[in-house]
Ligand binder design. Structure first.
Ligand SMILES: [Zn+2]
Length: 364
């Protein structure tokens, strides 16, 4: 597994006056632990030649700190409403309005929600610049997956971004934009998007449905998520929509009720098998050319975002979840690009580390 971590991405959302428990510490801690494991293993192999060990302790070959360039107007406008992308890329007050909407910083009554601009040390436009750069991380994960089999990027997974507006901390769909970055127009790889974040991948579902309507059937999306709660309880009908777009179905939706969460793993396995059957029917082949995994750690019982409390999977179930998806893809030689997606609070490193350390140990 190739691992992509940009050490210069130290986004702390509280710098912008926003009170949401998003932290980059989990990515940093996981990569520190993984590189420490690598260093110890290299030292053991080198035996007592302490002098040589230091040189071997340089970065492992699977560890990447450079991202690809961020998506540009062409790639983003191929996925989203070009007018919306224009407002984002133009900056200024248009961008600021979109950020306030995407991070839900103003409530229905016009009051600030989880937001105190007076305490902000940085302006909101900088926040967008950081998040735009992460699209280059997702593109790199896809590129490395195609070259080397699998890659995990500590960023991205913006599955709530809709066609013409941002939502749930997501401005644009980095998975679909990455496909555009890797190919010439109309020639993107046949793709699965396997979304195992706690929240329904509602933005992805809308965008894929729109593609299908345009006779582009090259993406099949699966979302296994909380059956209730955000975003399904948003109850909004944005301008230009006939109904709440949070309810637009993915190709395969697997809602999991709180009382049935012991069925999470069998439901996920069945979903992956159904994805294969659907691919055969649609494409005449069982597997895609590329799979994205939206690997949110927020179904974990120690996640701290209030809206994830309807799904509380144990640490061992989270590991089984990741093993199940990864094993399924690797057994079929499907290039797998992982994006980090939702993780809130200070404990999600446990989920990422359990999964990735096992894979890295196997490769040593
Ligand atoms: Zn989530």
């Amino acid at each position: 597994m190739q691992i992509i971590y940009d050490p210069s991405d130290t986004l702390d959302i509280s710098d912008y006056g926003i009170d949401i428990p998003i932290s980059f510490n989990n990515a940093r801690k996981t990569t520190e632990l993984l590189t420490e494991d690598y260093r110890k293993s290299a030292e053991n192999k080198a035996g007592e030649k302490a002098g040589e060990n230091r040189r071997m302790a340089s970065l492992p070959s699977w560890y990447h700190t450079e991202l690809d360039p961020p998506p540009g107007t062409r790639e983003l406008s191929a996925v989203h409403d070009p007018a919306y992308i224009g407002r984002l890329l133009d900056g200024g007050t248009n961008l600021e309005k979109e950020i306030i909407r995407t991070f839900e910083l103003v409530d229905e009554d016009g009051n600030y929600n989880r937001y105190s601009p007076d305490s902000a040390g940085k302006n909101l436009e900088e926040l967008f610049a950081v998040i735009l750069r992460r699209g280059g991380g997702s593109a790199k994960a896809a590129r490395l997956a195609l070259e080397k089999g699998s890659a995990f990027y500590f960023g991205g997974g913006f599955h709530h971004a809709h066609y013409s507006f941002g939502s749930g901390f997501c401005f644009y769909n980095d998975m679909l934009a990455a496909r555009e970055m890797l190919s010439s127009p109309g020639d993107a790889p046949l793709t699965w998007i396997i979304d195992i974040d706690a929240h329904k991948g509602d933005g992805t579902a809308e965008l894929v449905q729109r593609m299908n309507e345009q006779e582009d059937r090259s993406v099949i999306d699966l979302s296994i998520h909380m059956a209730q709660g955000w975003p399904l309880d948003l109850k909004r009908i944005p301008p230009g929509y006939d109904a709440d777009p949070a309810w637009i179905p993915a190709a395969l939706d697997i809602p999991v009720f709180t009382h049935a969460q012991d069925q999470y793993l069998p439901l996920l396995r069945k979903g992956l098998e159904d994805m294969e059957a659907m691919s055969l029917k649609r494409w005449g082949r069982k597997t895609p050319e590329l799979a994205f995994v939206v690997a949110g750690a927020d179904p974990f019982e120690e996640d701290e975002l209030p809206s994830t409390q309807l799904l509380k999977l144990s640490r061992s179930t989270m590991l089984e979840r990741n093993r199940l998806v990864h094993g399924f893809l690797m057994e079929r030689n499907i290039p797998a690009a992982y994006v980090q997606a939702g993780n809130y609070g200070n404990n999600s490193w446990k989920v990422y580390y359990d999964f990735l350390s096992e894979l890295q140990a196997r490769e040593r």
